[in-house]
Design a binder for this molecule. Structure first.
Ligand code: GNR
Ligand code: NI
Length: 168
């Protein structure tokens, strides 16, 4: 059964480390499949739209996401490679590992990742808006980067709109 894991917060060293590539042979290991299930469970409970493995203290290159739109079902991406596909825009962003805060950050408006799915098959996800933002945010986590070090005007989430960004 999946369980909710503890989400690390800013200051924990795992969040600042470059995560290790997943050996594709590990993907069908029941413990690895359990990790994926637990990451979804943890992300939905938070709630959040994405969660990277280092946030649950697993320094491996994978993340889960569910941006809740019709075109993009929930996904897990293993060993992602990011492509920026457009100009950059400034966006408001939050992170479960920096609770209650938001900031303004420059991101590609459109982006894609390629990688492997939970069965070890190749996958590509491309999109704009929150999906593109989330892809970039999660890949940053795998490189030991928190948005707060690249964002401007990091501040407590006060308005309802800010809180939505901070929480989901
Ligand atoms: O839930 C989340 N919401 C969010 C909002 C704007 C930009 C990025 C994100 S990702 C965040 C979840 C999280 O911290 N993933 O690592
Ligand atoms: Ni985050």
């Amino acid at each position: 059964m999946p369980y909710i894991r503890e989400i690390l917060t800013e200051g924990h060293p795992t969040l600042r480390k470059v995560a290790k590539k997943v050996d594709p042979r590990e993907i069908d290991d029941p413990l690895f499949q359990q990790l994926i299930d637990d990451m979804f469970e943890t992300m939905y409970a938070a709630p959040g739209v994405g969660l990277a493995a280092p946030q649950v203290n697993v320094p491996k290159r994978l993340f889960v996401m569910d941006v809740n739109d019709d075109e993009h079902p929930p996904a897990v991406v293993i060993n992602p490679k990011l492509e920026g596909l457009s100009e950059e825009v400034e966006l408001r962003e939050g992170c479960l590992s920096v609770p209650g805060m938001i900031g303004d950050i420059v991101r590609f408006k459109q982006a894609a990742v390629t990688g492997l799915d939970r069965e070890g098959r190749k996958l590509r996800i491309e999109g704009v808006g929150l999906l593109a933002q989330c892809l970039q945010h999660e890949v940053d986590h795998l490189n030991g980067v928190l948005y707060v070090e690249r964002a401007k005007n990091v501040r407590p989430a006060v308005s309802e709109e800010d809180k939505e960004t901070a929480e989901a």
